[in-house]
Design a protein around this ligand. Structure first.
Ligand code: ADP
Ligand code: MG
Length: 608
């Protein structure tokens, strides 16, 4: 009969599970509660959808946002699952019809907003009373320590306790902080759950920081070569959204905007324009996002630096959910730090007592993201480190790894440290500039007067650029081989570790700019798998036509990843089409003929 692998392929069209998915599925199928913490885009939905399809009875999925529910239900229906949703967007007739189908057992997975759980006798329905599983999606909403607290989530446990039989409870979130986890466990009443936190790395994402002198110019030149790609530009205020949106719109970009100051109707329209690919770029505040499961977002640009790494990673993580290569670019400017600092210190309404501890906590988080934006360390390593994960020093897929490289500076370090030691032997100590001057063999007056040009280290770094010597000197101070003593004026002296370099000849490495740094360009990213661009465009427009006919967003029909896989495989038969990633039995039936004939036609035209 059906098993999890068959469901994965037949319904969802995938052949392998992503990390963590299988173990959550197994736990749920064995009747255990579960708490899964997985990053945005990791594939949490399948973790409960597959067990739901294998269990007899109704699975109720509690989800905080209407757009998110609609999306999931649409996607499920499109692969042949009986899914429904209950939320405030339904008309009375639709509501009655949904209840009827639910009551007659015609529903396998029901999505519901938390506010609806106690309304209109929902809880009394026979199907609901005997539900086999309750899933809490975006479970961090139950915690006041999370960033999306929803009071209605607090009543979920009460709802579950009111059911005849206790269902299996599964909670999913991308927020990993211990306080939030504890709240989820206790407030939802999970019992000895199978708990898993998967790695936070998203291998298909390229991370970059840019420090543009003019952000608008930088944005325009970023967007120009990407006119057919979908992307989000996050700004920190409504005003900036309006300004950036206007500039892009005037230049003819297909751009939508989203912030809390817009009327509901306009906001929804703009969101749909983006989801349905009528507009390719969305300029928005952070009000836009949770529940945006659009899979083909190719880039997320942060026009301003957000308040902390957690928000940044969540927003940036909306890129590349389909597993294709995508970019996350942060535009940094020192002003962003001041603005955030101000916002943190003046947060909350005027009546509220200022929570000094919370402010300090938030300022610390601001520091961490500032280090991310200004540091020279591998960006991926910094992000993962923030979430408590170890990562190698070099990922090769971030702007720091692409412009910097780990360099052996053993010889340079020996020369610099020797210089400080030689001076100390003569009973002299100087500041950084003087040390650099001596090493470079400068002929300044002071050096000649003090006869420092007779030192053996005089001029031994005459060939090295001043900036390089300064960078390495700073590094040696940071690593505590040397110490800066501040008195009337700062002087450099040797630390006890200095002997490791001079006498023990210890090898020293540091990250330095590559000899010839190239500007950040897509070509610097490891080359993507090659695929036929012309065919891709044709498949894309077929997808648009089909999506319009079915009144769904294009990515519900097929993700970009599926289209690219079609380009690579160029399937000729139904069986071959079934091998394409994202193609299951129902999608084959629904769309197979149309796509196969397009591919066949294309192949014969191009004479292959
Ligand atoms: P999350 O809720 O964790 O942010 P989703 O459940 O929305 O992520 O999944 C993100 C994307 O990954 C979806 O487009 C989904 O179809 C895809 N996906 C999920 N599991 C797999 C898998 N095993 N193989 C390939 N794609 C997958
Ligand atoms: Mg999700």
């Amino acid at each position: 009969m059906q098993n999890k692998h068959a469901i994965l392929k037949d319904y969802f069209g995938y052949t392998t599970f992503r990390p963590g998915q299988e173990s959550v599925i197994d736990a749920l199928l064995a009747g255990r509660d579960a708490l899964a913490v997985m990053p945005t885009g990791a594939g949490k939905s399948l973790c409960y959808q597959i067990p739901a399809l294998l269990m007899k009875g109704l699975t109720i999925v509690i989800s905080p946002l209407i757009s998110l529910m609609k999306d999931q239900v649409r996607a499920l229906k499109d692969v042949g699952v009986q899914a429904l949703c209950l939320n405030s967007s339904l008309t009375n007739e639709e509501y009655a019809e949904t209840i009827r189908r639910l009551d007659s057992g015609q529903c396998n997975i029901l999505y519901i907003a938390p506010e609806r759980l106690f309304k209109e006798n929902f809880q009394a329905l026979t199907a609901v009373q005997s539900a086999v599983m309750v899933v809490v999606d975006e479970a961090h909403c139950v915690s006041q320590w999370g960033h999306d607290f929803r009071p209605s989530y607090l009543r979920i446990a009460e709802f579950i306790n009111g059911l005849k039989q206790r269902p299996i409870i599964a909670a999913f979130t991308a927020t990993a902080t211990p306080k939030v986890k504890e709240d989820i466990l206790s407030l939802l009443g999970l019992r000895e759950p199978f708990a898993i936190t998967t790695g936070f790395d998203r291998l298909n994402l390229y991370f970059a920081v840019q420090k543009p002198a003019n952000k608008i110019t930088a944005l325009l030149s970023y967007l120009k070569p990407r006119d057919s790609q979908s992307g989000i530009v996050y700004c920190n205020t409504r005003k900036t959204v309006e300004k950036v949106w206007e500039t892009l719109a005037n230049r003819g970009f297909a751009v939508a905007k989203y912030h809390a100051g817009l009327e509901d109707v306009e906001r929804r329209e703009n969101q749909d324009d983006f989801l349905y690919d009528r507009k390719t770029v969305m300029v928005a505040t952070n009000a836009f996002g949770m529940g945006i499961d659009k899979s083909n977002v190719s880039f997320v640009i942060h026009y301003n630096m957000p308040k902390n790494i957690e928000s940044y990673y969540q927003e940036a993580g909306r890129a590349g959910r389909d597993g294709e290569r995508a970019e996350c670019v942060l535009f940094y400017n020192g002003r962003d730090v001041y603005v955030n600092d101000y916002l943190i210190k003046h947060s909350g309404d005027d009546n509220a007592e200022v929570d000094e501890a919370l402010i300090q906590h938030n300022l610390q988080l601001l520091k961490e993201i500032t280090w991310y934006a200004t540091g020279t360390e591998c960006l991926r390593r910094r992000l993962l480190g923030y979430f408590g994960e170890k990562a190698p020093a070099f990922c090769g897929k971030c702007s720091n790894c692409n412009t910097l490289e780990s360099t052996n500076i053993t010889i340079e370090a020996q020369k610099i440290v020797s210089c400080v030691l030689r001076l100390e032997q003569r009973g002299r100590r100087f500041g950084k500039t003087m040390i650099i001057d001596i090493l470079r063999g400068s002929k300044n007056e002071k050096i000649q007067n003090l006869r420092l040009d007779t030192l053996s280290v005089y001029g031994i770094m005459a060939d090295a650029p001043l900036q390089t010597i300064r960078t390495i000197l700073d590094f040696l101070i940071e690593q505590e081989y040397l110490i800066v003593e501040t008195g009337d004026f700062p002087i450099v002296r040797s630390a006890s570790r200095a002997r490791e370099i001079v006498f023990e000849r210890k090898p020293v490495q540091m990250t330095l700019p590559k000899a010839e740094t190239k500007p950040l360009r897509r070509e610097n990213v490891p080359a993507p798998q090659l695929f036929d661009k012309d065919l891709f465009e044709k498949l894309r427009s077929l997808r648009t036509t089909l999506a319009q006919a079915a009144k769904t967003p294009s990515y519900i029909v097929f993700s970009d990843a599926s289209l690219m896989d079609m380009c690579r495989r160029k399937p000729k038969t139904q069986d071959e089409f079934l091998l394409v990633s994202g193609v299951g039995v129902v999608k084959l039936k629904r769309y197979g003929t149309a796509f196969l004939s397009l591919i066949r036609e294309y192949e014969s035209e191009s004479g292959s």
